[in-house]
Design a protein around this ligand. Structure first.
Ligand SMILES: Nc1ncnc2c1ncn2[C@@H]1O[C@H](COP(=O)(O)OP(=O)(O)OP(=O)(O)O)[C@@H](O)[C@H]1O
Ligand SMILES: [Mg+2]
Length: 271
């Protein structure tokens, strides 16, 4: 698909991160169609933050999002977000447990007046790989591409979360990861959807991507843990965002009252 060219900067559609105090620091959000890395060490709330984007985009903007986790099962994701007080009855939540049921599940997206969040359970991806066995090394990537492509062809898919690139790399046993990952990004770009690719970084933040995904992506949002007195606090910053004038300040990332909040930019947290 050919990327649209705007005549005026106001025509650039931006997708909010729905982190209070953060979107306004990047001209209102992430340009539609971008591939953004959500990078951070273990437990920095990468998954929760990306779920939060899809949830609010379905709830407020009637958008359709696909959450594909190669790390967590459907039940693990749902238990986590219910514990965070997300009201899933407010959106059209669609779960794909069997890939053979994909057309019927996608129909539920098309039939709903609400925005939708589709979760593909990792169990059915695993089963498909066992059943098909195209090529041991490439099968995870092939199944993933097929699922996203089919959903895009059959519905108005707007947003996609891949959780995570690190898991895809481990599972796929890429022979030449740089080239494979380049083609994953090309594939996502051609679909003309806005993508969030989660990636695990070392605790010391010494590198963002292992295989050039930092160069290939349009944006990088980085979450780190920082010691403050005897606490570990989460901090968030935009390292890169193409087509966007942004503030590269570091904010504390908090989840309170059911919302993500970016606070204390440029200052020590007032704790
Ligand atoms: N209700 C809640 N409010 C605030 N924080 C929560 C809540 N429930 C869980 N958490 C925190 O969320 C963190 C895990 O979030 P999440 O799974 O999104 O992180 P992640 O970066 O994706 O982790 P992983 O590296 O394991 O994939 C936990 O460390 C937990 O303390
Ligand atoms: Mg996670």
């Amino acid at each position: 698909m050919v990327e649209p060219i705007v005549r005026n900067k106001d025509e650039i559609v931006r997708i909010k991160t729905h982190i209070q105090g953060f979107d306004e620091k990047m001209q209102g959000g992430i340009p539609r169609g971008h591939i953004t890395l959500i990078a951070g060490s273990a437990g920095t709330m990468k998954s929760s933050l990306s779920f939060n984007i899809l949830y609010h985009e379905a709830l407020l903007n009637n958008r359709v999002g696909l959450y594909l986790s190669l790390e967590q099962s459907y039940s693990s994701i749902i238990n986590h977000v219910i514990n965070m007080d997300y009201d899933l009855t407010k959106i059209n939540l669609v779960v794909v447990r069997e890939l053979s049921q994909l057309p019927q599940e996608v129909e539920k997206v098309n039939a709903s007046k609400k925005g939708s969040l589709i979760i593909v359970d990792i169990g059915c991806v695993r089963k498909e790989i066992k059943d098909v066995r195209v090529d041991e090394n490439r099968s995870w990537l092939n199944v993933l591409k097929n699922v996203v492509k089919k959903i895009k062809e059959q519905s108005r898919l707007d947003l996609f979360v891949l959780d995570s690139m690190s898991a895809l790399h481990t599972l796929s046993k890429f022979k030449n990861p740089r080239i494979e990952i380049f083609y994953v990004f090309e594939f996502l770009r051609d679909l003309n959807i806005t993508s969030f690719v989660l990636t695990e970084t070392p605790l010391d933040g010494s590198k963002i991507g292992d295989f050039d995904e930092d160069f290939l992506s349009d944006g990088i949002i980085y979450i780190r843990l920082t010691s403050y007195r005897r606490k570990q606090i989460r901090e968030i910053s935009v390292l890169k965002m193409r087509t966007t004038s942004c503030d590269h300040d570091t904010y504390s990332l908090e989840f309170k009252g059911g919302n993500f909040v970016a606070a204390y930019g440029g200052q020590n947290p007032l704790m």
